[in-house]
Design a binder for this molecule. Sequence first.
Ligand code: SF4
Ligand code: SF4
Length: 216
Amino acid sequence: MNADPLKQYLKSEGATLVGVGDVTEALSKEIIHLNRGIAIALNRNLNRETIRLLARLQGLSVAWLSARGYRNLSIPPDSDRQKDKLITRLYKLFCHKTAATCSGLGWVGKNGLLINRQYGSRLSWATVLTNAPLDADEPVRESECGDCVLCVMHCPSGAVKGDHWSISNPRRKLVAYDKCAALKSRRQTLDGKPNCGFCVTVCPYSRNGKREKAGK
Ligand code: SF4
Ligand code: SF4
């Protein structure tokens, strides 16, 4: 089933990137029938307005697919932050990075964040899982960080280990999140928000978009 009409529709409604991945390998038995992941990205920081826009795009996807008789499950952009909700449990079964890598929109960088060639990690993501037999994009199988170690060098807590992600080992722990969380709690901003993010600001992909091949 050609996915282009859905992708073009979502982009005409404001999506920055849309991809479709075959996510079969990443699904637990509860949701194994929903083996296509539609990855939707906006080139914006994740805040309340971004969440609203992503949720709208998910709603449009679901309506488009439902009108054609398919089943769907939306994984909200902030489902990892929602407490005491059913979707929080579902998020543990599936995360946005999986749909993004399976649909060829990026890889998981040494900093543990989804890195897109054009936008780096300055994207916010939402996912719709579906049983529609959409044509899947070619996945990204290996990290494209190459020999860059900027996020390793500049992480003030030593949390970024410097390992490479690959699709064959997607759960490899690239970042010691306990060290990261401890540092961010010590460096809270005046309004109480965690304060760091050097691993984003130093990343050449996030600063400049596509990196020069010579640096890889
Ligand atoms: S947010 Fe800061 S402490 Fe955490 S991994 Fe990134 S650079 Fe390191
Ligand atoms: S700073 Fe370098 S190593 Fe770290 S995520 Fe970006 S490209 Fe990869």
